[in-house]
Write a protein that binds this ligand. Sequence first.
Ligand SMILES: CC(=O)N[C@H]1[C@@H](OP(=O)(O)OP(=O)(O)OC[C@H]2O[C@@H](n3ccc(=O)[nH]c3=O)[C@H](O)[C@@H]2O)O[C@H](CO)[C@@H](O)[C@@H]1O[C@H](C)C(=O)N[C@@H](C)C(=O)N[C@H](CCC(=O)O)C(=O)O
Ligand SMILES: Nc1ncnc2c1ncn2[C@@H]1O[C@H](COP(=O)(O)OP(=O)(O)OP(=O)(O)O)[C@@H](O)[C@H]1O
Length: 554
Amino acid sequence: MTSVQGLMRPTAQRPRSVGDLAHALGLGARPADAAVTLTGVAASSADVVPGDLFIALRGTASHGARYTGRAVRAGAAGVLTDHDGQGIVEAAISAGTCPAVPVLTMPAGTDPRSMLGAVATWFYDHPGDALTTFAVTGTNGKTTTTYLIDHLLSAIGRTVGLIGTVETRSGARVLPSRLTTPDAAALQGVLAVMREDRVDALAMEVSSHALVQHRVDGIVFDVAGFTNLSQDHLDFHGTLEDYFLAKAELFTPSRARRGVVIVDETWGRRLASTVTIPVVTLRTADGLDDPDQSAADQPAADWAVVDVEAGPTGSAFTLVHRDGRTVSTSTSLPGAFNVANAALALVMVIESGVDVAVLTAALEGIGGVDAAVPGRMEPVASEPRVIVDFAHNPDALGLAIAALRPTTVGRLIVVFGATGERDTGKRPIMGAVAVGLADVVVVTDDDPHGEDASQIRQQVLVGARAAAGPDGEVGSAGARAGARQVEVLEIAPRARAIAEAIRHARDEDTVLVAGRGHEVWQEINGVDHPLDDRVEARAAAAARRNDMTKELSK
Ligand SMILES: CC(=O)N[C@H]1[C@@H](OP(=O)(O)OP(=O)(O)OC[C@H]2O[C@@H](n3ccc(=O)[nH]c3=O)[C@H](O)[C@@H]2O)O[C@H](CO)[C@@H](O)[C@@H]1O[C@H](C)C(=O)N[C@@H](C)C(=O)N[C@H](CCC(=O)O)C(=O)O
Ligand SMILES: Nc1ncnc2c1ncn2[C@@H]1O[C@H](COP(=O)(O)OP(=O)(O)OP(=O)(O)O)[C@@H](O)[C@H]1O
């Protein structure tokens, strides 16, 4: 699959030879190959540009060596692989399915994936060293927090590059991302582009997958931030414990110089008390996730959010350090979770060495910690209000619905599904969470990938119907006290679910379309179909207005 991030390359090349590379890695090269010139590095055949070294890695689905023919035809001038990969490439060359190409082989027991970062930084001459680097990890809030860091740093005159789920940005170049965190070859290429574009700070998301797969090898971040941890990605990590340990890896000396950890929840507190780098802690809420502890029992954090005033369009809040430093500001992003994201962005910027007075002056100039984050609580229509959001796990879905309740006059309608081939355990939980907080729950499709979409919907509906009970009457578990009726519907495909939810909504209702945010493709059985929730929602809102106008003129 093409990663556009992997095709971003610096204009100025510093050619290396196969002989140089072999020497740097302590490997042997055939004398005839030693002078072959290499100008870049790619870990996917789809990312290869002429002159690249193709690093063929063993994966879970296949071995990258199987794609060497494609890589060489795209211009790869050399291959680095493991022992098995060497056999695959040699067989392909003998069979005539791959043109001849110099092959370097890592010694047995050395995984080329663990060398990818080192090789790529060597190729591009340590491009990350030119940047002040910010990394954000956590189940939810990474994208939002990186946008807010970008916003704050830009306000104090820094030139910021961004890497994350939505886009990869260097100066005027903006490309959609395929992965939240690109592989190490692509990442170092992007950093080299940023160096050329005179970017001086980087705000990037680091996923747990990336930490396990060595994608950020070759960078020691200046400041790493942790948002939160809750159920997601257990298809990959197996258990929450392993998921936590993968995230915790970012807070080790080989990955980051210092950290900022939100300690509202148990996972954050555990991280802060076990990390091996200097960390400051941040409390953004009362921290009562542990019923056995009161807020007063919990250790004081270095920074705390106080005096939150939640309004219809965002929140004002104050950030206080135990030494008395104070920042009073606001964010127009809705929900308590966005106060947490804004506070984390502020503390990360302060911890990078920016003086509170400088930041305060900048905040006055820009009017608060704001950024338009595509597909995150993005309003797309009014009367009924329609919001498109990326919540695709139980915690985010619950927080997104709850954030809209105070400003919803009528019913709160949520349209969502669950992703195929990902963490199946979260499906019924999402159904139950939605029923606990919304008035109308429309279960539809997300990205089914290779799974049967209707089976996925049934698994979500199991949780939703169990929570709603046989007569749809939910107890006081919801945001509103007392019993209330919840309607649970199954509508597919997704575009129809969005259209029907909006068509049947009343002017005073809110429709939350959750799960796909900025995404513009829906993957069904390996085929990408165009689908943008924002486009569908706007079209449905326009159609509803038309119908009403026709009705009135009758
Ligand atoms: C589980 C996972 O993360 N898998 C990633 C991993 O796959 P893999 O190692 O199993 O690779 P493989 O598919 O067996 O292929 C083996 C090798 O052949 C190469 N190849 C493969 C096909 C081809 O045509 N040409 C080619 O060269 C691949 O680049 C790879 O090096 O390495 C591949 C190459 O970089 C990634 O594309 C792939 O991401 C898959 C597609 C994916 O969906 N990953 C998601 C789950 C992910 O990483 N998500 C996180 C965000 C999570 C969050 O929301 O927080 C992210 O950082 O994006
Ligand atoms: N701090 C937070 N805590 C809980 N939920 C949040 C938080 N911030 C955002 N969310 C919810 O999670 C969704 C995803 O937010 P965001 O894209 O910022 O997170 P992310 O960590 O980058 O997600 P992903 O890794 O899936 O790309 C939002 O649409 C919102 O519903």
